[in-house]
Design a protein. Sequence first.
Length: 375
Amino acid sequence: MNIGFDAKRAFHNHAGLGNYSRLIIQSFISLYPEHYYHLFTPSATSRFQTKGKNVLIHSPSSFKNKILSSQWRRRNIIHDLEKNQIDIYHGLSNEIPARAYSHKIQSVVTIHDLIFEKYPNYYFWWDRKIYHHKSFQAAKEANRIIAISRQTKKDLIDYYGINPEKISVIYPIISSIFFSKSDEKQLIKARNELNLPARYLLYVGTIEERKNLLTLVKAMHILKESVGLMLVVVGKPLTYKKEVVHYIEKNNLRHRVIFLEKVSNEILRNIYKLASAFIYPSFYEGFGMPVTEALACGVPVIASDIPVLHEAGGESPYYVDCSDEDQLASVIVKVLEDEKLRTEMIEKGYRHASLFRYDLIAQQLMALYKQLLSM
């Protein structure tokens, strides 16, 4: 089978869609070496390094397509797909080439979320327009859609009127890194190099309004310094960070909050494992990958009581109304002080995270590919 992947994000994105793409491609190469994998990207970078006789990387060959790479991915790539006799093409990040169906190319698209439809105020109008155009076209024209959560499937039905039978819910893969153990030397090294405190709460995610970091910072303020807790924030900062920092400075919390960004998964694993608890106060998600990563690392999780995070976390996390900083502060104290509760949360969490291992997810994807080609 010749399987084509839209690999732009795998080669160019540090986290998020990049991780999703890399983990799927790597899993297929590892588990199903009998197939050929064609990676289509505007350009290859050192961010994603993979090799094998059955792995081929394709980039635009003509000067025009190199300059107009977005146009190549949207339309002109069809000629490359036909030239390489691609049996199935998987758009890993909300888009596929336009009118691929008219060329008899079987296509699958992963839709990660439609947050820009549900909460348009979180996005610039031009970004919303682009996201809508790409996602709507891909959802309508793909032979099959993969939604990364039941919530995303529901949104596809509600906003785009997609037939539910066309949509398969297949969750993202958790990197094996987060299941691997860290020895004491690795943890000590991470603590020293990053200057991590003895006890800290952890937040991982883009620093944007939707993810609601400010409520967590307010909960930290309620807990007071006497509790001996600090907050470590790992994530890419957007303009919302200014609002968070303003509150931190106004309430004299700067010495209790540490900001980190662009850390590798190997380092992030150690940051998770050293944390006293992981907090995810997001208002809305396509899935909520940091929740499952934290569970795989054996960390108690406190998360927003929203449906999609119940998918990501199962029965392990303590779910709360994360618009209420008083409730959040109270639950943090409970989770930190109740050792029996912590043990139960950690054990349930690891079992739930195991459902997202690469071999299980890759099997589901391969079964979908074969079903589609047999129709």
